[in-house]
Design a binder for this molecule. Structure first.
Ligand code: F6R
Length: 245
């Protein structure tokens, strides 16, 4: 695991963008994309690099980590819509085609089958080259909450009360609007990406980052499984690094 600590969240985004821009040249590049607040500044930089002619996902595929179950198809926080906005629509996007943006079909009648199909689609694509990850305050990656299997495949997951509370800010602070279930790539699926790029910013992530980097590998802090990956890069700002020894 390589760790970079930077003064600000903007610098974390600069470094992450530079890393992805350097790596994206292969024509069949597959980018794993996260949602949530953390990667938004990174996506801004990727769009700016696209405008400047330095970055182009027009031949690439992107796979989301997860999707809410029970959210309206046109809700802006539906992760497919979030990713369409940040990667395709805003500022003329990154070149990514909507048909090349893959998200779990959480509207399907059988979300368990949709999860299995999604896992297979990732494999069929040849696998993810770089997987962008955020981290929950409770140590989740994707929506793999504490106590789950460290080797799970894409599946239906249940959001913890803490994660729903943390995400209420995206739903007008109305907890009742935050979905309770999701389809999420499993930890085993995430670990098959060739490079994991985990970003954490802000003091609210300091405890999770301390476990991620210095704790024992344990389902209690799911992100610790990334210690076992041969190519994990963790980029954090000083606030998120505050509890590192
Ligand atoms: C997002 C995801 C989650 C978030 C995590 C942190 O697709 O799967 O693991 O990365 O909840 O969210 P933010 O960045 O909003 O703090």
């Amino acid at each position: 695991m390589r760790i970079g600590i930077f003064a600000t969240a903007d610098e974390v985004a600069d470094q992450a963008a530079a890393l992805i821009i350097r790596a994206h040249a292969r024509p069949d590049f597959v980018l794993g994309v996260a949602t949530g607040g953390t990667p938004i500044p990174l996506y801004e930089r990727l769009r700016a690099a696209h405008s400047a002619g330095r970055f182009d996902l027009s031949h690439a595929r992107a796979f989301a980590l997860d999707e809410y179950i029970g959210i309206a198809a046109d809700h802006p926080e539906r992760y497919r819509n979030f990713l369409c906005h940040h990667l395709i629509e805003a500022d003329e996007g990154t070149g990514l085609r909507e048909s090349h943006l893959h998200t779990p079909d959480a509207l399907a009648e059988d979300p368990y089958q949709a999860a299995a199909d999604y896992d297979q689609a990732i494999r069929d694509s040849g696998g993810v080259d770089i997987q962008i990850l955020g981290i929950g305050a409770d140590g989740h990656i994707g929506f793999n909450e504490p106590g789950g299997s460290l080797t799970s495949r894409t599946n239906v997951g249940v959001l913890t009360a803490r994660t729903r509370q943390d995400n209420a800010r995206f739903f007008d602070d109305d907890l009742s609007q935050v979905p309770t279930q999701c389809v999420t790539q499993g930890l085993g699926t995430i670990m098959e990406a060739r490079h994991l790029l985990l970003l954490a910013t802000g003091a609210g992530k300091a405890e999770a980052v301390a476990h991620l980097v210095e704790g024992a590998v344990s389902a209690r802090w799911p992100a610790t499984i990334t210690q076992m990956h041969p190519h994990t890069t963790v980029l954090v700002d000083e606030a998120a690094a505050a509890r590192l020894e």
